[in-house]
Write a protein that binds this ligand. Structure first.
Ligand SMILES: NC(=O)c1ccc[n+]([C@@H]2O[C@H](COP(=O)([O-])OP(=O)(O)OC[C@H]3O[C@@H](n4cnc5c(N)ncnc54)[C@H](OP(=O)(O)O)[C@@H]3O)[C@@H](O)[C@H]2O)c1
Length: 214
């Protein structure tokens, strides 16, 4: 596949780029800065572009089989909701214009349910620093859920995602937070990327939210 990946220089975006390239796909990595440190491969090119601009999205998406998104606000700008909600709006409009149907996007864990009708972010102890980001991700999911003419998939990480090995051993769930026997909800960037690329290749969760955790 030829994949256009927004946010390719991020923690999660870089892992997705590496996983795609390892599996033989061709990747165009997009960031505002236009450079992606640490990804060096003859099937990878990087380019500058703003994911919140639908005209940019449409022109960059042209000629790609699928669009992937791992965009998020920079460190210190965690309360910038518009990056996430604006990117969702722009991807929807831009992909329609480009005639590219397939979109797989990073999501947030905050909108996952911990009990019927109770989301992770409804907990008053939810970290204040991440509340705006989680709410924006939840709003973005709502926008995608109204879309019936694109083949989108929204993939929420576990509650915690970070550095760790690529094991290929994880669970994939739906709208409920996945926790292990100790109540922990965890996934490595590398294993999240495996699940993300599995979904891009297999399209088993079209127009659905899924989540991935150990
Ligand atoms: N448990 C959870 O729910 C959880 C945990 C972690 C992450 N997440 C979600 O995943 C997102 C990404 O996380 P991360 O740690 O990988 O973020 P990150 O390391 O900050 O990476 C963000 C990426 O987005 C790019 N970017 C930002 N604005 C852009 C724009 N307008 N157009 C194009 N590219 C843009 C950045 O590059 P430039 O700055 O060069 O544009 C960078 O490549 C988070 O913001 C959050 O919503 C959820």
């Amino acid at each position: 596949m030829k994949v256009l990946l927004f946010g390719a220089s991020g923690n999660i975006g870089r892992a997705i780029a590496q996983e795609l390239l390892t599996r033989g796909h061709t990747v165009t990595g997009v960031t505002r800065r236009g450079t992606v440190d640490g990804v060096d491969h003859d099937q990878f090119t990087s380019t500058a572009g703003d994911a919140t601009d639908p005209t940019t999205v449409a022109s960059l998406a042209d000629g790609h089989d699928a669009v992937a998104c791992a965009v998020g606000p920079a460190v210190g700008r965690e309360d910038d909701r518009e990056i996430i909600v604006g990117t969702a709006r722009s991807l929807i409009e831009g992909l329609r214009k480009a005639g590219v149907r397939r979109l797989v996007t990073i999501g947030g864990a905050g909108s996952l349910e911990v009990a019927p009708g109770k989301r992770v972010l409804d907990d008053p102890n939810f970290p204040a620093m991440w509340r705006a980001n989680a709410e924006a991700q939840s709003e973005a999911l709502g926008l995608y859920r109204d879309v019936t003419d694109l083949d989108w998939t929204y993939i929420s990480p576990a509650a915690h995602i970070g550095e760790g090995p690529r094991t290929g051993a994880f669970r994939v769930g739906g709208d409920q937070l996945l926790t292990d026997d100790n109540g922990k909800s965890d996934i490595s960037y590398a294993d999240y990327a495996v699940a993300f690329v599995d979904e891009l290749e297999r399209s088993t969760a079209v127009r659905r939210r899924i989540t991935v955790a150990y």
